[in-house]
Design a protein around this ligand. Structure first.
Ligand code: GLV
Length: 327
């Protein structure tokens, strides 16, 4: 496809894009901040392919303004930033980057579970603020992971990888997913730690709302490395303030970045990371490779090697949890 054009919405780590240079003209957004809606629209307008990020909203209007578009390749496993139905209606395949980020994201989830359970932020703050007194038998006592119950919501690749790690720590693991496990209310009621690993969809938007938080075991910990909007943040802030939850640890929020004055950031016992689930050099380079492979195949009119199935795109079938879980 010699005269094909591809808009890449950010510079990518590694050299995955080199492989595309021979087959198309690349327009790479050079700035660290994402293109705004207008710039995205302008650069996508003449494009045959789009290599986009989870920060780019790819909706029907954008697709209609890009009449040549024949592949959308998301540098993420989650595809909630893309109107999948609109893409399916227009016959545009959507690619994503499953599996390669599973271990990195599961590792980060364990880091958050440990940090919240063992109260690392409070300990770190005590040392840096000069409040480290004599060793004390009852200072900063936390939750021991061994024999504690971990409730995993959404058992795709990442949920399974977290389960394996948690079992190595001696945790008792239960899960709740569309395809089985225990009912969500039972999981919420009995788990010491609840960790979210389901994709964001209409079905999971605000899945963890005030009612779900109230159903959680008193003093439990909530961890979210999936998507921010799965949790109703005002209800979470309330549950932390009231002490219903001992702590929450989030790698994702709604919106991202969370404004400095967002009321959630005033809640006690809250850890927030800036969406680092897949942030290892190796994983990001592999994500870029998968995204580039998807673009190449899409331009050539071949099935994408890592494609969100058209039936899923069209909403005919729900996303299989095994390869659709966003981090
Ligand atoms: C990141 O959040 C991803 O979905 O890959």
């Amino acid at each position: 496809v010699p005269d094909a054009r591809v808009f890449v919405t950010r510079r990518l780590p590694g050299d995955a894009l080199q492989g595309l240079v021979a087959s198309c003209t690349l327009d790479i957004w050079p700035h660290p901040a994402p293109p705004d809606e207008k710039a995205l629209r302008e650069h996508a307008a003449p494009a045959d392919g789009l290599l986009c990020l989870l920060t780019d909203r790819i909706d029907a209007a954008l697709m209609d303004a890009s009449p040549r578009l024949r592949v959308i390749s998301n540098l993420a496993v989650g595809v909630d930033n893309i109107d999948l139905r609109a893409a399916a209606d227009r016959g545009i395949p959507v690619g994503h980057t499953p599996d390669v980020l599973t271990d990195a994201t599961a590792d980060l989830t364990m880091a958050l579970i440990l940090a919240a359970a063992r109260r690392l932020p409070e300990g770190i703050a005590a040392v840096s603020e000069g409040r480290w007194g004599a060793w004390s038998p009852d200072w900063l006592l936390g939750l021991e992971l061994h024999s504690a119950r971990l409730g995993i919501v959404g058992l795709g690749g990442i949920g399974q990888a977290v389960a394996a790690r948690a079992r190595a720590f001696g945790m008792e693991v239960v899960h709740s997913s569309r395809n089985g496990g225990v009912p969500l209310p039972e999981l919420l009621h009995t788990a010491d730690v609840v960790s979210l690993h389901c994709p964001l969809s209409a079905e999971t938007h605000h899945l963890i709302d005030a009612g779900a938080l109230a159903a959680m075991k008193a003093g439990a910990i909530l961890v979210n490395t999936a998507r921010g909007a799965i949790v109703e943040q005002s209800a979470l802030a309330h549950a932390l303030r009231s002490g219903q939850l001992a702590a929450a640890a989030l790698d994702v929020t709604d919106p991202e970045p969370l404004p400095r004055d967002d009321p959630l950031l005033q809640a006690p016992n809250l850890i927030v990371l800036p969406h680092l689930g897949s942030a290892t050099r190796r994983t990001r380079e592999r994500m870029a490779e998968l995204a580039a492979e998807n673009v190449r195949a899409g331009l050539a009119g071949e099935p994408l090697p890592h494609q969100v199935q058209m039936s899923v795109q069209a909403g005919i079938r729900p996303a299989p949890e095994g390869d659709q879980c966003p981090t």
